[in-house]
Design a protein around this ligand. Structure first.
Ligand code: ADP
Ligand code: MG
Length: 704
């Protein structure tokens, strides 16, 4: 660890080709052109692109860069890159030049055939393009490969279909911009030019010791433990949450922050999370597509720096059964270019027509498309959180808090909201402490979609997943609700009256989605069923939401996805799910057959020898003999479950790829895995720790 002192303000963004760098380096005319495109959209002409590419290359070379890459986000869940060096073909004198053209900046051509396309492309139809997203700044990344200029790009097929996470996200941002501007114009705002979604993603993660990690094949192959008995102590004392950060972790966090700051990621908050060895990092929110890119950088940086500190960062949603899992809270709001947050209620929300219209539109959007939001948070790891025995629940509902719920109730019961609850003074009861004003609303941690002051917090997203999908859905469903409202207001003679009617109507029609109670309680499940809210428990049950007529109409209307693209995405998700479960099942069988069962068999031999020796010595060998019986019984159970798991895994492999295979994995392979795990976790509790072939939960989460 370096002890050098640095000023954050000096290093922040030093590896980013940001506005300051462009202003300094680009000719005025070129700077103005690119700035206009970043703000208003449009196409860059090749001459301008050449000038920018040249300056970008010079700047990157000064930072030590030898290569550039189009950095993109295929449907694998992570990012992809192919590196090209800046060198030109050798000249007659044997020397080379370092070159980078405008064409190379704005367009790349990676082979698309090896990325998931969900049937959109046949293997021989290989052509795919990456296109520069100039609204997300390029950066230089330093690692073992040296320094690389990374250019954020979107990835499309030869025929123009999106093969990535970024293309639909940018399309959805255009949709909400267009409809948002339309809406504020109708409310009398003729000044703001643009409406942009802002996102802040809180990232949860676990850290474990690298040496112990390497002794666990399940962690290596699947990112989560497939076996493991609970240690005597878990998270029941709540002593880890916000606890003092241990020195080893603090050193790690320091390096993570430094690296992220250099990359222009505004890492802001860090703390210990609920579970032992679990932590969280949150940046300051940013424009939606930049926040998505930054979240990828956060995940990659956490992993990289953990290795440098002799640790491994686990981003899986449920690395340890029985211990709190990890998620990613997606904080979302919509802001105009002149800084008006459309989700800011002000002190008296009942008088704030714009806020009430936006809010009730969001109620409508979420109520009508709860299935799509749920789907956007589905990934194989998240199945262990959503709808399982931990939070948030799989049922989408909205928490508004006392103040807004009260306003809504007034609207529903009388058609008119006349007052807003106010925050009261909080009395600390201590003379020397100041009393302060409380918020008008408490928080509710159990809600999957909670209003938190001036933003919505979507809490279902998995810790490992890209936040792109959830934001594509949020942006598009809200764009639709805005568009529907605008259609009506534009046609109405008395616009003010129509706005008033829409607010009232949407509030009444979408009441069922509002729930301020405890989302973890069993009663809520029953109540939600009565209200007709979907309770989609698993990823395989969630995926079909992508291809309903409702979804096809929604995404088609705003040019976010075509029907083909939606079908391909559903296909990819089913395939990804089946692959993930297949890997877990194979890893589990491998570990059981080659590590655990042999160790237990050896142990039974030791026990048997002990029984004989104790008897020969003339003592009572009952405890030894009983233990032997118990262990042998569990061993037999484990062997039987292993044979069954191997059988169903084979059957799964023979199924038709897609929904059928994924459903079989969910319904037959997952339960078979649980059956194998049960006797083995019991064995771990009985057997001598010295002979157990891998570190325990206790070793992993309490000894980092
Ligand atoms: P917590 O919910 O844990 O108390 P914070 O209030 O610190 O967290 O906010 C969490 C995240 O929400 C941060 O990334 C923060 O930047 C982001 N955030 C704050 N305000 C907004 C906003 N208006 N729009 C989007 N994200 C926001
Ligand atoms: Mg939060």
């Amino acid at each position: 660890m370096s002890a050098e002192i640095f000023n954050v303000a000096d290093i922040f963004g030093e590896d980013v080709f940001n506005d300051t760098v462009m202003q300094e380096r680009l000719p005025k005319k070129v700077y103005k052109e690119i700035k206009k495109i970043i703000e208003d959209g449009g196409e860059l002409d090749l001459n301008t692109a050449d000038v920018i590419a040249h300056e970008m290359k010079e700047w990157a070379i000064e930072k030590g860069a030898t290569h550039y890459t189009h950095w993109f986000q295929p449907l694998t869940g992570t990012t992809a890159e192919k590196h090209d060096s800046f060198i030109s073909a050798p000249m007659p004198n044997g020397k080379i030049l370092m070159t980078f053209s405008g064409k190379e900046l704005i367009k790349g051509e990676p082979d698309a055939s090896s990325f998931p396309s969900g049937g959109l492309r046949a293997t021989f139809e290989a052509r795919g393009y990456t296109a520069w997203d100039c609204t997300s700044p390029a950066f230089v990344r330093h690692d073992a490969a040296g320094a690389t200029l990374c250019i954020p790009t979107a990835f499309c097929s030869y025929t123009g279909e999106a093969l990535d996470q970024k293309t639909p996200l940018l399309r959805s941002m255009e949709a909400i911009n267009e409809q948002g501007v339309r809406l504020i114009r109708l409310l009398g705002n003729n000044v703001s030019k643009k409406v942009t979604p802002s996102v802040g993603a809180e990232q949860e993660y676990f850290l474990v010791d690298a040496e112990k990690f390497l002794e666990r094949k399940d962690l290596i192959y699947t990112g989560r433990t497939l076996f493991g008995a609970m240690p005597p102590k878990g998270q029941e004392l709540d002593d880890h949450y916000f606890g003092t950060i241990r020195q080893r972790i603090a050193g790690f966090m320091k390096d993570v922050n430094e690296e992220l700051w250099k990359l222009g990621v505004s890492a802001k908050t860090q703390h210990n999370e609920v579970a032992p060895a679990q932590h969280e990092l949150a940046p300051i929110y940013a424009q939606c597509n930049i926040a998505v890119d930054h979240n990828h950088l956060v995940m990659q940086t956490l992993k990289k720096i953990a290795c440098q500190h002799g640790m491994k960062c686990l981003l899986h949603e449920k690395p340890f059964a029985g211990v709190n899992g990890s998620g990613k809270h997606n904080n979302w709001s919509i802001t105009t270019d002149d800084g008006i947050n459309l989700l800011e209620p002000g002190k008296t929300p009942h008088e704030n027509t714009q806020f009430l219209l936006v809010l009730t539109c969001i109620l409508k959007a979420v109520n009508e498309h709860a299935d799509l939001l749920r789907e956007s948070a589905a990934d194989p790891g998240n199945d262990h959180r959503l709808g399982a025995n931990e939070a948030p629940p799989a049922i989408i509902s909205i928490f508004l808090g006392e103040q807004l719920e009260d306003v809504l109730e007034q609207l529903v019961s009388t058609g008119e909201a006349t007052h807003s609850l106010k925050g009261t003074r909080l009395k600390t009861g201590v003379e020397s402490l100041p009393d302060f004003m409380k918020d008008a609303t408490d928080r509710n941690r159990t809600s999957p979609f909670a209003f938190t002051g001036n933003k919505f917090e979507f809490r279902m997203v998995g810790s490992r997943d890209s936040i792109s999908g959830p934001n594509v859905v949020l942006n598009t469903i809200v764009a639709e609700a805005f568009a529907d409202a605008c259609d009506r207001i534009e046609k109405a003679e008395d616009k003010e009256m129509e706005i008033h009617d829409i607010i009232k109507e949407y509030a009444i029609e979408n009441q069922r989605i509002v729930f301020n109670g405890n989302g973890y309680a069993d009663e809520w499940v029953k109540e939600a069923e009565k209200r007709g809210l979907p309770n989609i428990k698993s990823m395989v049950e969630a995926i079909p939401a992508l291809t309903t007529e409702k979804a096809i109409a929604l995404f088609g209307r705003f040019n976010v996805f075509t029907k083909d693209e939606l079908e391909s995405r559903a296909e990819i998700k089913f395939e990804n799910y089946a692959k993930a479960i297949n890997i877990e099942a194979l890893a589990m069988a491998d570990i059981a057959a080659k590590q655990i069962i042999p160790a237990v068999m050896n142990y039974t031999k030791t026990l048997a020898d002990t029984v004989i020796a104790v008897k020969e010595a003339g003592a009572d060998a009952k405890v030894q003999a009983d233990t032997l019986k118990e262990v042998s019984k569990l061993l037999a159970d484990a062997k039987k479950a292993l044979i069954n798991l191997q059988k169903v895994t084979k059957t799964a492999a023979g199924k038709e790829e897609g929904q059928k295979q994924a459903t079989y994995c969910h319904e037959a392979v997952c339960p078979a895995m649980a059956k194998l795990r049960a006797p083995i976790d019991e064995l771990e509790m009985i057997i001598d720790k010295e002979v157990w072939p891998m570190p325990s939960y206790g070793d992993l989460i309490f000894e980092v």
